[in-house]
Design a protein around this ligand. Structure first.
Ligand code: AIR
Length: 177
């Protein structure tokens, strides 16, 4: 019997086997938000695997991704999605790799739906959930970097310098009167 499109198995995915961190999003339309996470991983030279995985449109791929994340020994997954944002939670269900969830702003509910979908996980399957939008994406990456830095002195030094520059920039701010 020919399987229906819904049941069909995709071709095996091709992953970046040098990745320490996975970055996934439910749609290419999430990229405007999620690029702020990737920019920081690039700045800190953290190797990552980047792809679209939709929990609802690509459920088999999501399961394959979860298995790969475990096999690869990823240190973290940054997962962004909008609306009924089930991707971060389902990845947390599929792998013990820590998941950092980014609620992407949705059109009608402005991301409050995404935030609640990601943050309200059942006990036992945590997702570390960040703010809605680009600040959340950036902070998810910075939090991953801070975790990696606890066992990587070079990364720790880079993070300290990043924080110092941020402090200097804030101190140099003047009220535009
Ligand atoms: N989405 C995609 N599959 C499952 C979900 N929840 C989300 C995407 C995106 C939103 O639906 O993460 O934020 C709209 O996607 P699109 O492709 O219609 O622009």
């Amino acid at each position: 019997m020919t399987p229906s499109t819904h049941d069909s198995q995709p071709e095996p995915l091709v992953f970046n086997d040098t990745a320490q961190v996975g970055v996934v999003m439910g749609s290419a339309s999430d990229w405007e938000t999620m690029q702020h996470a990737v920019d920081l991983l690039k700045t800190f030279d953290v190797p990552y695997d980047l792809r679209v995985v939709s929990a609802h449109r690509m459920p088999h791929d999501m399961a394959e991704y979860g298995a790969w994340a475990t096999h690869q020994g990823l240190r973290a997954i940054i997962a962004g999605a909008g609306g009924a944002a089930h991707l971060p939670g389902m990845l947390a269900a599929l792998t013990a790799v820590p998941v950092f969830g980014v609620p992407v702003a949705s059109r009608y509910l402005r991301g409050e739906d995404s935030l609640l979908s990601i943050v309200q996980m059942p006990r036992g399957v945590p997702v570390a959930t960040f703010a809605i939008g680009e600040s959340g994406a950036a902070n998810a990456a910075l939090h991953v970097i801070a975790n990696l830095a606890t066992t990587d002195a070079t990364l720790a030094a880079k993070l300290a310098s990043f924080r110092q520059q941020q402090t200097d920039a804030a101190r140099a701010m003047r009220v535009p009167t």
